[in-house]
Structures are given as structure tokens and as C-alpha cells.
Design a binder for this molecule. Structure first.
Ligand SMILES: Cc1ncc(COP(=O)(O)O)c(C=O)c1O
Length: 382
């Protein structure tokens, strides 16, 4: 049995506020902050003498990330952000045909393909984010070559079935690109079982490791160096041979890092991956879903609606609460130290494993107060 209050105590940011905005950006645990600080402290004290050690730590983190995703370290690259990884995917898929994605996807899932002149088809979803695999499949034409989708949608919290989508992609010969920024660290993901060709995630949300690093994971079929759109000294098969007058490139995904990876970010990520390993990703998912169901029941008791799916197969840590004037209510909640955000047509509430029942009770209590007071009369607080 996980001691959730001990886990919560690892996140000091939760002491002074009700933090319900992991979908925007999560607080980080003490160990993660310490890992990043340790790198800066070392270079502050000693200069570059720990360089070998830092590079070893990067490889160790690569192994940890690969293990959590059920892939091999050779398939994993570190980027500075998720959008950079999606751009690499778009460049490597040039000539593959048109792209299918969803209407209202996160812009970094669509803009790189539009920028490169891909024909992009946007499949509509309903207001709660629902779209079936069959509806997506129906949009495929002879020209289609790629599906780009977020595992969990940032505006609705709708969680897609990666295994089913992956199967559909294979049956139709599509490359499968997944942005897991709203699920990595919260829900189990098996890149191999789902047949994901390009997997990308940021690290400052559900994996709780702050800004500055992202993960790009590329399937074996695409690890061909002639297709790499950007290379540098660390892309070489033997980087320390310093060969500059001919191409002899590595075919590991790390070649796409080009130069040094962002050390501090990678080290922080490493500490957060350890925490996920310690708690267990299945336990984390179960906790998130348990808290999400509790919140929805409590809202239901007060007849406050939601704009997210209620289908248990598609739940995530994100719920959009249906209120008029969400901006004013988010601002009101903030004054009461309850941190949420506006997305979709309501308030986006994110519940992570470090939240608890009391957080939810506080939120519901305040929401009931403002809803009862009438939306145009959001009480002023000082
Ligand atoms: C689905 C999704 N992808 C990507 C991002 C942004 O990632 P980055 O800033 O690392 O490129 C966000 C941020 O909200 C997101 O929700």
C-alpha cells in the first residue's frame, strides 16, 4: 500500500496551495530539484571535471526512460522541449504522404507538418473530445501516410487508446506519432506494444521534472542516419574521433541530440523517473483515476457539470468543469490558493497522485460558493 501522504510530503509546493494544474505545469519533488541543483553545484565548484560522470548519468537516464516506455535506450533521445521532437518527426516523415490529426489538437502536433507543406486533415471530435478509431480510420485516403495524436487531449482530457490506434495505423500503413505530454508519468505507456513510430513528451507536467528536457523515442524502422534532419559532433558513430570531413553517423536516436544534452534537465528527469519507479506507474494511474472519480461524484452531488468524457476507458487526470465565466472563477480560485486553469469551455482541473481528497473538497466547496452566488457576482477576496 502506498503511503500517499508521505508521497505528497515530497512536494513542498503543495503545503501552501491546492495545486490542481499539473496539465499546465507540475510542482517538482525535492529529489528532482536537488538533482538539478547538484549539477549546477558541481560545475559551480569544480568546472567541467565531472563531465564524464554527467555523460554517464545521461545514459543511465536514457535506460530508465526506455524501461518505463518498454523500449530500448537506443531508441531514446533527449530534446529541449516536446515541440522540437515533433519537428524532428515531421522532417523524418517528409514524403510519407498526408497527415491525419484531430481538430483542436495542441498546436505543436499540427504546425510542424503545416510548415513543411504536408496535407493535413483535421478529424472533428465532439465537445468532450470523443472520436472513435473508426471515425479516424474513415478519414484515411490513398494519400494518407501519418497519424499524429496526443495520448491525452489537453483541452478535454480525453484519453485515446494507443494500442487500438497503433493497430489501425499498422493495418493502413500509417506512421504513428504520439505526443504524451499530458500522460507521461501519469498513465502506463508501452511504446513497443502500441507500435508507436515517434513518441514525444515534455517533462514539466505529469512526470514532474520541470522545464528544459523532453523525450523523443523513435522506432527501429526510422533509425537510418541518412534520414536524420539535423546532426552534430555527437551524432557521429565515434564522436571523440572528431571526424569532420566525412559522414560516419551513429544510428541511435541519441544522434539527433546533435551536441550535449541539457544536463540539468536530464538529471532532474532521472530523479523523477526514480520516483515513478518507486511508486509504480500502475499505482499512480489507479490513484489518479480514484481521485478523478471522487471529484466528479462530489461535483455531481452539487449539480456542477463536466465537459469531459465519462467513459471509464477514456478517463485521464484532466477534467474540464462546466461553469459560465471560467476565467473569473479561475481568478477567484487563485485568490483562495486553489490553482487551476481555463481550457476548452470551462475550468481545467488536473489531479495527480500527489493530490488528496482534501484538495478536492476545498475545490468543490469554493465552486459551490461561486456557483450559488451567481456567476456575475464572483465574490471578491483580499
Ligand atoms: C499535448 C501537449 N504537447 C506539447 C506541449 C508543449 O510542450 P513543449 O513546450 O515542451 O514543446 C503541451 C503544453 O501544454 C501539450 O499540452
Amino acid at each position: 500500500m502506498t503511503d500517499w501522504s508521505a508521497v505528497r510530503a515530497l512536494f513542498p509546493a503543495l503545503e501552501k496551495q491546492v495545486y490542481l494544474n499539473t496539465a499546465g505545469g507540475a510542482p517538482i519533488p525535492r529529489r528532482t530539484a536537488d538533482a538539478g541543483k547538484r549539477y549546477y553545484e558541481q560545475t559551480f565548484r569544480d568546472g567541467d571535471v565531472h563531465w564524464d560522470e554527467w555523460l554517464q548519468q545521461v545514459e543511465e537516464t536514457r535506460r530508465k526512460a526506455a524501461a518505463l516506455l518498454n523500449t530500448s535506450p537506443v531508441n531514446v533521445a533527449f530534446m529541449s522541449n516536446c515541440s522540437a521532437g515533433l519537428n524532428i518527426a515531421a522532417h523524418m516523415l517528409r514524403g510519407r504522404g498526408g497527415v491525419i490529426t484531430l481538430a483542436d489538437e495542441f498546436p505543436s502536433c499540427t504546425l510542424p507538418w503545416l510548415q513543411l507543406g504536408f496535407e493535413v486533415t483535421f478529424v472533428e471530435t465532439d465537445r468532450r473530445g470523443h472520436v472513435s478509431i473508426e471515425e479516424i480510420e474513415a478519414a484515411i485516403t490513398e494519400e494518407t501516410g501519418v497519424l499524429v495524436i496526443s495520448h491525452v487531449q489537453y483541452k478535454t482530457g480525453f484519453r485515446h487508446d494507443l494500442t487500438g490506434l497503433g493497430r489501425m495505423c499498422r493495418e493502413n500503413g500509417l506512421a504513428f506519432v504520439v505526443d504524451a505530454t499530458q500522460s507521461f508519468g501519469a498513465l502506463p505507456i508501452d511504446v513497443t506494444a502500441a507500435g508507436i513510430d515517434f513518441f514525444v513528451t515534455s517533462s514539466y507536467k505529469w512526470i514532474t521534472s520541470g522545464y528544459g528536457v523532453a523525450i523523443l523515442c523513435i522506432g527501429d524502422a526510422y533509425l537510418k542516419s541518412e534520414a536524420f534532419p539535423a546532426v552534430g559532433w555527437r551524432s557521429a558513430a565515434e564522436p571523440y574521433a572528431m571526424i569532420f570531413d566525412r559522414l560516419d553517423l551513429s544510428e541511435a536516436a541519441s544522434a539527433l541530440e546533435q551536441g550535449h544534452p541539457p544536463f540539468a534537465g536530464v538529471m532532474s528527469l532521472s530523479a523523477s523517473l526514480d520516483l515513478v519507479e518507486l511508486i509504480g506507474i500502475a499505482q499512480i494511474e489507479a490513484r489518479i483515476l480514484e481521485l478523478t472519480r471522487y471529484m466528479r461524484d462530489r461535483l455531481g452531488e452539487h449539480e456542477i457539470g463536466i465537459l469531459s468524457t465519462t467513459d471509464p476507458d477514456h478517463l485521464s487526470g484532466i477534467t474540464i468543469v462546466d461553469v459560465a465565466n471560467p476565467q473569473a472563477i479561475v481568478a477567484y480560485l487563485k485568490k483562495r490558493n486553489i490553482i487551476t486553469s481555463t481550457r476548452g469551455d470551462g475550468i481545467r482541473v488536473s489531479l495527480h497522485y500527489f493530490n488528496d481528497y482534501e484538495d478536492i473538497d476545498r475545490l468543490v466547496e469554493e465552486l459551490v460558493t461561486v456557483v450559488d452566488a451567481g456567476i456575475d457576482a464572483v465574490p471578491e477576496t483580499h
